[in-house]
Design a protein around this ligand. Structure first.
Ligand code: NDP
Length: 329
């Protein structure tokens, strides 16, 4: 029994090279469930792994891909039987454990989520970690009490993977979505996802450097951090909230405590990687019912394993629109 995989190696200069190889099944890592992978996807973190390792990979050769969806082929875990459609996001798969850029993956069954209908394995990867993370952000805002009638919700990095799906979900739920992008040419795309207003990211980055600005947003989904997050927080309305998940603009942000202590603003940190199983399943249940699948399709570009090495630098430069689904077969 064998499988095909994009096998990564790291040179002395730390540069990563990739080649598609056929490997015997005994090369698969330890785990109690073997999955015939149908689709994977490309996330920002995958871009790091495919170009430099990003300090995320500890041993080489390596198979990347932090997400995959497929059909259970073999299971020693009572929760799964062959034929189950499953999705995997995170758990450091594709970093410390071989991931989804292969036709087979072997993982701990505890990491897998059964795919809710009506989602196909392709839908699951159109969603991927990006879409699942955007749902976690939306869940945090809703639990806080940010409702469609509360006012506008800002999404930063809106034309990216997390941002695009956050726009589509929020619009579907009836929110007035303000999409902040550095790519004004993507305005029509963002409107087609349901954004009510598009703003140039400069409106945030070039806003006055003050801890409090006029109150505008009931909620924020932030994928960028940096100055954008600081200026967004300064515009959150009294009692509002920001769900922060990304660092496309760098990990630090020049923020002030004032929005928190003078306007009662709350900031929710969103982690998709090590999140326990119950909230994961909750997020996937919501994705099965609250994500407009026709809009999701418009965010997708499809590619094969052989195109990943060329796509990786592009996602790091913010040049990818929406989601890239990888057909591994
Ligand atoms: P993408 O590259 O698809 O999207 C990021 C978007 O951010 C870009 O499309 C661009 O949007 C904007 N952007 C990029 N660079 C800059 C910059 N220098 N300044 C301002 N805006 C910038 O990545 P993803 O959507 O997949 O991921 C977004 C972030 O979320 C990443 O940092 C990723 O690591 C993180 N993430 C975190 C997760 C978690 O569990 N916390 C899970 C998944 C992702 P535009 O062109 O519209 O301006």
């Amino acid at each position: 029994m064998s499988f095909r995989a994009l096998v990564l190696t790291q040179g002395a200069d730390r540069k990563v090279s990739g080649a598609i190889e056929t490997l015997e099944d005994d090369r698969l890592p330890a785990g109690d469930v073997t999955v015939a992978v149908e689709y994977s996807t490309l996330n920002y973190k995958d871009g790091l792994v495919l170009t430099s390792g990003g300090g995320l990979v500890k041993s080489w050769p390596h198979v990347g891909g932090i997400d995959f969806a497929g059909t259970v082929e073999r299971s020693d875990n009572p929760a799964f039987t062959p034929g189950d459609k499953v999705v995997l996001n995170g758990w450091r798969v594709g970093e410390l454990h071989w991931g989804g850029y292969a036709t087979k993956a072997r993982v701990k069954g505890d990491w897998l989520v059964k795919l809710p209908s009506p989602l196909s394995t392709r839908h699951a990867m159109a969603i991927g970690t990006a879409g699942y993370t955007s749902m976690l952000c939306v869940m945090a805002l809703r639990k806080h009490g940010v409702l469609p009638e509360s006012g506008e919700v800002l999404v930063t990095g809106a034309a990216g993977g997390v941002g695009s799906i956050a726009v589509a979900i929020l619009a579907r739920l009836g929110y007035q979505v303000v999409a902040a992008t550095g790519r004004p040419q993507e305005a029509a795309y963002l409107q087609s996802l349901g954004a009510a207003t598009i703003i140039d990211r400069k409106e945030l980055t070039e806003a006055p450097d003050r801890p409090l600005l006029s109150e505008r947003y009931a909620g924020v989904v932030d994928t960028v951090s940096g100055v954008m997050l600081a200026r967004a927080l300064a515009q959150v309305k009294y009692g509002g909230a920001a769900a922060v998940c990304g660092l496309a603009g760098g990990p630090s942000f020049p923020g002030s405590i004032l929005p928190f202590i003078l306007r009662g603003v709350t900031m929710y940190g969103i982690d998709s990687v090590m999140l326990p199983k119950a909230p994961r399943e909750e997020a996937w249940r919501h994705l099965g019912t609250e994500l407009p699948l026709d809009r999701l399709d418009s965010t997708v570009t499809e590619a094969g394993l052989g195109e990943l090495m060329a796509l990786a630098p592009k996602i790091l430069k913010g040049e990818i629109r929406g989601r890239v689904v990888i057909d591994v077969n």
